[in-house]
Every structure is written in C-alpha cells, then in structure tokens.
Design a protein around this ligand. Structure first.
Ligand code: FA5
Length: 345
C-alpha cells in the first residue's frame, strides 16, 4: 500500500465511522462501532502494520495520518457518547422491576426467645395463662410486697440496680420476675395459674452462668388445697416435658422471703453429666431457679385470704435452661450476637 492509498483509505474510514456513529442509539452499540474503527481488527490496525513496508522517508507522514485518524474517530465517538449519557441511565432503563428479589437471608428468633415461647407453650398445655410486667419496678413490687420491708437483710440476696427516679432507692431495674406475681394477684381473685416471662437485671459480674441482664420465667398457682406435692409434681412434669426423659432434677431446701418452705430446683450438669466441672462449680448440678409455697404475708399484701387459699411459685433462669438443653458453655454467647452462634439454633 502506497502512502497516498493509505491516506485515502483512512479518509474513507473516517467518513464511514462518522455515519455509523450517527446511527447508534445505545452505549453498547457505540462501543461496538468504536471497536470496529479503532480496534485490533479495524482497517487502521492493518494500515499500521503496513507502515514498515513504506520508504523510510514516508513512514513519519504515514504515522501522522494514522494518529490524526485515531484522534478524529475518538472525538466523534466521545461526542456521541456524551449525548447518550454516562450509561447509568441505560442500565436503569434495562432494570426489570418485575423480577423477584434476591434472597434476603431472613433471620429467625433469638434462642432465648425460642426457649421462652416453648416454655410458655409447655405451661399453656398445663392450663396456665401468660402475663407480663414492667422491667423498671418500684421497690414496693420488687421487694416490699414480697415480704421484704425496707432494710430487710434478705434484700442483699439480690445485687440491685437503682434508677434515679422518685425517692432514693425507690425505683429499680427488677431483679427477678417475682414482682409480676404481685401485679397479677392485685388484678384478680384466685384461682391463679399463670407464668410470667421477662428480662431481669442484677449488678452481677459476668461469669459462665451469670450476666447482669438475663431472663426468668415466673410461675404462680393460687387455689384452694394447693400443697408442696403439687409444686414438686409440677416441676417434675415440666422437667420431663422440656428437657426429656434423659434429665434428672432435684429440689434442694433453700430460703426465699416470699415462700415458705422454699427450694432450689436443679438439674444434672450437661457438661459433665453430674461428675463435677467448671460449668457447675464442681457440684454436678446446675441451679435453674427457686420455688416454694407462697408465704401468707404475700397473700396479705395483695388482699388474698390466706386461710382460704394456698399456692406455690417458682422462678427459673431462661439462659440456664438454654445452656442445659443446648450445651452452651458460657452465658455471654447469648448476648454477643455472633451470627455463627445464633444461626445454629
Ligand atoms: C429468684 O430470683 C427468685 N425470684 C425465684 C423464686 C421465684 C423463688 C418464686 C421462689 C418463688 P434466684 O435469685 O435464685 O431467685 O434466681 C433464680 C434463677 O434466675 C437462678 O437460679 C438462675 O437460673 C437465674 N439467675 C439469677 N441470676 C442470674 C444471672 N445473673 N444471670 C443468669 N441467670 C441468673
């Protein structure tokens, strides 16, 4: 190819490029035209290859012709690209809003919520109702009505967090769900068969079994002729319904100001099967909660006739239940919100 042929070819290509660029309607088509006139398989690429065959004194002019062709085609393409927009509009035009969405990875209820709902179901099956009460309580409901007048030494059983409201030490973050017992009894006359789940707060240092925030489920039964045998039978039925036949439980004598007699409810440690380990403080048993026969003073505080009615109450820790049932070794796992832990349940 001579220098003049080369120049004529590039002129013709530039004219063709202008007309093709004028016709395009989309950014994709424009990309294609650009490739056709400037890419590896374009006429200018062939021309470029043939420059070496020209006489040495012609080569610089041929090089200039190629450069000027490339600059002209690029300018034409860029001008058209500007009128077509930056491509975002094109992409938007192609967005099909009728397509189904991508899977959103839906979550599920937290393990403690699942445990709470399952326990509610067990007790609903026994004929109980479910009630709730406030997490910020007055001293009256958290302590006084539960047979702990001001300065009663038994208050020290609970490391309490006070709220700056009312008189000093009048408002507390409830240390247990037992104040809901009082609220339920104030609102109605016996018979009462109720469970009361909820969050509790104590100034407890975090360890494998204790957290400053945790959950309990309270139970209260008040009727005529209720005995400690009914309490023991209920706990036994509940243990079998919830943990299954492989678990044994025991009631160990204890003390609570609002029940008399009182007991601790314990199950065999899941981590060592009763042999004794760090999870159960080497006792082989894990304490799940307290229980007992409602003290007549509590009935008096709510205006129930303690000569006619007897009853029992219990309060269990939900995190402890979940630890036993699912083999969770540290209570902090429930609060860290590590998805790798949460999604297992
Ligand atoms: C009580 O809170 C009583 N109100 C229980 C009760 C109710 C007794 C009705 C009699 C009649 P206690 O302080 O032992 O008792 O707590 C009960 C359970 O709550 C414990 O066995 C444990 O399972 C759970 N619990 C208590 N403190 C914590 C904590 N810091 N972290 C996790 N769980 C806890």
């Amino acid at each position: 190819m001579s220098l003049s042929e080369l120049a004529a070819l590039l002129d013709a290509e530039l004219t063709r490029a202008r007309s093709e660029v004028d016709k395009v309607e989309t950014a994709t088509d424009l990309d294609e035209v650009e490739r056709a006139f400037l890419g590896k398989r374009s006429a200018v690429a062939t021309v470029n290859q043939s420059i070496k065959d020209l006489a040495p004194d012609e080569r610089p002019r041929a090089g200039q012709a190629v450069s000027s062709y490339k600059a002209d085609v690029t300018a034409v393409v860029e001008a058209r690209r500007a009128t077509l927009g930056d491509g975002a509009g094109q992409a938007l035009d192609r967005l099909d809003l009728t397509l189904p969405g991508r899977g959103g990875g839906r979550g599920h209820l937290h393990l403690i919520t699942q445990v709470q709902q399952e326990l509610e179901d067990v007790f609903l099956g026994f004929g109980y109702e479910v009630a709730e009460g406030p997490e910020v309580e007055t001293d009256f409901y958290n302590f006084e009505a539960l047979n702990m007048p001001p300065a009663h030494p038994a208050r020290s059983m609970w490391d309490t967090l006070y709220v700056k409201l009312g008189r000093p030490e009048e408002v507390v973050l409830r240390t247990h769900t037992s104040p809901v017992q009082i609220r339920v009894m104030e609102s109605r006359q016996p018979p009462v068969y109720t469970v009361m789940p909820g969050r509790c707060y104590r100034r407890d240092t975090l360890d494998a079994r204790h957290s400053p925030v945790f959950h309990q489920i309270e139970g209260l039964v008040v009727d005529t002729g209720i005995t400690f045998g009914d309490l023991a039978g209920t706990i036994d039925a509940f243990t079998r319904a919830y943990f299954g036949p492989g678990h044994t439980s025991r009631l160990r004598p204890s003390y609570f100001p609002f029940t008399e007699p009182s007991a601790e409810f314990e199950v065999t440690c899941f981590a060592c099967d009763g042999a004794g380990c760090s999870v159960c403080s080497k006792t082989g048993w894990l304490e799940l909660g307290g229980c007992g026969m409602v003290d007549p003073n509590v009935f008096r505080a709510v205006g129930y006739d303690s000569e006619t009615y007897t009853g029992f109450a219990f309060g269990f820790g939900l995190e402890r239940m979940a630890m036993v049932r699912y083999g969770v070794e540290h209570i902090k796992s429930f609060f860290e919100n590590d998805v790798r832990f949460l999604k297992q349940f």
